[in-house]
Design a protein around this ligand. Structure first.
Ligand code: SIN
Ligand code: MN
Length: 280
């Protein structure tokens, strides 16, 4: 049984029971049911989506067709209602349990995966981008994905290799140059497209998948998927007629804030404001 919502005698919310914390440490992810969050969260997100998707700024990434919105970054910086959601006690309590520190949001985004047109994410780990791009020294971050639609086997669920987060940064190669369709974009766009810049070796992926298996966490809209930045993951293109949008917050510990890098990425990819969030 899923264990949810206990409060310590001191009043500090620890929403994840010990089994869920253990599951996260062992498998690198945990899937929580919709009632983990307040009932109005999906309505709040839906109310800002049209405005967020309409903003023609560098924080909006299109699919290679040049018209379909793939991702909008920085929602916690541009949409006050989303900033509020990052401070929900259930989310802050859970990520504090997993990270062991006060936390702030390093990056937020909504991945749309439009019906028929939402493209893939190749196999990758997230942390190498935050290490090499943003100077974050330890992989002690937590991805929180709120399902904005039901996620099924048909609409491009995330796929994980459970337990693959325990091996650190996996072997692979770095691809130079810009992916097809994004030739004229700024260099940092290369890290955001369907083709990953840091390519994990196929033999490494195969060995891990053979020994650990594959899993695609699925569930109704409002479900919350927390996953480790070193878990090996991918997601397939959405050729179904159903959208598969996810709101994603990347929480980092305040003690793990970025070190200086030669070419800092835009603030919508790496928030420089590493101040501890207080519950709303
Ligand atoms: C990710 O890899 O961070 C997201 C992929 C997805 O939205 O399926
Ligand atoms: Mn990823």
């Amino acid at each position: 049984m899923t264990q949810i919502a206990t409060t310590t005698p001191g009043g500090v919310a620890e929403p994840l029971g010990p089994e869920l914390v253990e599951q996260y440490r062992r498998d690198g992810y945990v899937l929580l049911p919709p009632d983990f969050l307040p009932g109005n969260v999906l309505d709040v997100v839906a109310s800002v989506m049209p405005d967020a998707m309409a903003q023609d700024t560098p924080a909006r990434i299109l699919e290679r067709d040049g018209t379909t919105v793939r991702t909008v970054y920085g929602l916690h910086q541009t949409q006050p209602a989303i900033a509020e959601l990052t401070r929900l006690p259930a989310l802050l309590g859970a990520v504090r349990q997993l990270i062991g520190d006060d936390v702030y949001v390093h990056q937020s985004k909504v991945n749309i995966k439009a019906p028929f047109a939402g493209d893939q994410w190749e196999w990758h780990q997230d942390y190498i981008y935050w290490l090499q791009g943003d100077g974050i020294q330890k992989p002690d971050l937590v991805n929180v994905a709120v399902f904005l639609d039901e996620v099924t086997e048909f609409n491009g669920p995330l796929t994980f290799v459970p337990g693959s987060h325990t091996g650190g940064v996996l072997g692979g190669t770095t691809v130079d140059g810009m992916p097809v369709g994004y030739e004229d974009a700024p260099a940092w766009v290369a890290t955001l497209t369907a083709n990953e810049q840091f390519q994990v070796s196929p033999s490494v992926i195969e060995d891990l998948a053979r020994s650990n298996g594959l899993v695609s966490p699925k569930g109704p809209a409002g479900s919350v998927l927390m996953f480790h930045p070193n878990i090996l993951h991918s997601s397939a293109a959405n050729i179904s007629p159903f959208r598969r949008a996810m709101l994603m917050f990347v929480y980092n510990g305040v003690g793990n804030s970025p070190h200086a890098v030669a070419e800092p990425r835009p603030a919508f990819l790496a928030d420089p404001d590493a101040v501890a969030l207080q519950p709303s």
